[in-house]
Design a protein around this ligand. Structure first.
Ligand code: DP6
Length: 323
């Protein structure tokens, strides 16, 4: 039997931005995402008594301690649960269409939660897997599920996990505009922490979230692409506005991000249902009808190169890779 586990990345339409508990990764707010087919991580874990330290291989390259930190958190939790003392070898492959700097911790830590618990012989429910993945990286809690998932903030380790919302088996897709493949200056972890501590705009962000979340769930239920897009775009802009009020201030936007936003607005004027969202980096992700992905991509080729444009469709839940 194969013990490779695959998790797909997810992009939040209602963003997770801020922690109430930085150690346990309990968020300040609920978030809601779409899992995508285009980017995923395959991971295998082997517990081995002969090892003297945990080892992480990413695309066949042995990683240093910094990359290992989040991984160790998840491995330690699995060891504790299963009563295992041996160190682990973790092999991970990121499947990203180009070297686009899009490899996300969401798919990585979700695949690790699945692979480590499988290797340890634990049979965990989706909720338990989501909690475990969350301890590695918050957004990973949502990559346990396919389609739309909501991470319910809860108030403790036991009550903070994601649940499935909708299988996204309708006309929705995403298009990534890759404007930079550089490592970000301010990690999402540091960025959200600084914002919570120092930005006077942070409370405004929090106050507006219930409305966004409820409206988003209604829009998904009605399969209304325009409502989904409008709410996601506004939600992302609000999140990014909080960073400008932080001390010291920062932004994830680059001139090319603004160029991508302008292209989206221009396409909208031509009648397309297309909207954008952004995370802790300059790349822009478009929300549109799956049936119009190719047409929109063709239009964007006048502003961007083919390799900058990556189409994605709704993706599946965490699963063991067979064969
Ligand atoms: C902007 O999940 O990477 O992408 O929990 O500190 O590992 P940690 O952060 P991470 O943050 C993701 C933030 C975001 C929004 C989102 O995915 O909801």
């Amino acid at each position: 039997m194969s013990n490779w586990v695959r998790a797909h990345t997810n992009i939040a339409l209602i963003k997770y931005w801020g922690k109430k508990d930085e150690d346990l990764i309990i968020p300040m707010n609920n978030s809601l995402s779409l899992t995508l087919d285009a980017f995923y991580t395959d991971t295998r874990v082997t517990f081995d008594d002969a090892l003297t330290a945990d080892e992480l291989y990413l695309d066949d390259m042995l990683q240093d301690f910094t990359a290992l930190k989040k991984v160790k958190t998840v491995l330690d939790l699995v060891r504790e649960k299963a009563g295992i003392r041996s160190k682990a070898k973790v092999e991970s492959y990121n499947h990203v269409p180009t070297a686009a700097g899009l490899a996300s911790s969401a798919s990585g830590l979700a695949a690790l939660a699945g692979a480590a618990s499988l290797a340890a012989g634990l049979e965990l429910s989706s909720v338990e897997l989501s909690r475990l993945a969350r301890r590695g990286s918050g957004s990973a809690s949502r990559s346990i599920y396919g389609g739309f998932a909501e991470w319910q903030k809860g108030s403790s380790d036991e009550t903070s996990f994601a649940v499935p919302v909708d299988d996204a088996d309708w006309d929705i897709g995403m298009l990534f505009i890759v404007v930079s493949d550089k490592k970000k200056d301010v990690s999402s972890r540091e960025g959200m922490s600084r914002t919570v501590r120092t930005s006077p705009f942070y409370q405004g962000w929090l106050d507006s979230l219930d409305e966004d979340l409820n409206a988003m769930k209604q829009a998904i239920k009605k399969q209304d692409i325009d409502k989904v897009g409008v709410i996601a775009e506004q939600n992302a802009l609000k999140m990014h506005a909080t960073t400008l009020g932080a001390k010291p201030p920062f932004t994830y936007w680059s001139p090319d991000s603004l160029k991508a936003m302008d292209s989206v607005r221009a396409l909208r004027e031509q009648g397309y249902s297309v909207y954008f969202t952004m995370d802790a980096g300059p790349n822009v992700k478009l929300i549109c009808r799956q049936s119009q992905l190719e047409e929109i991509r063709t239009h964007l080729l006048s502003d961007f190169t083919g390799s900058q444009l990556i189409a994605a469709r709704p993706g599946p839940a965490l699963h063991v890779v067979t064969g």
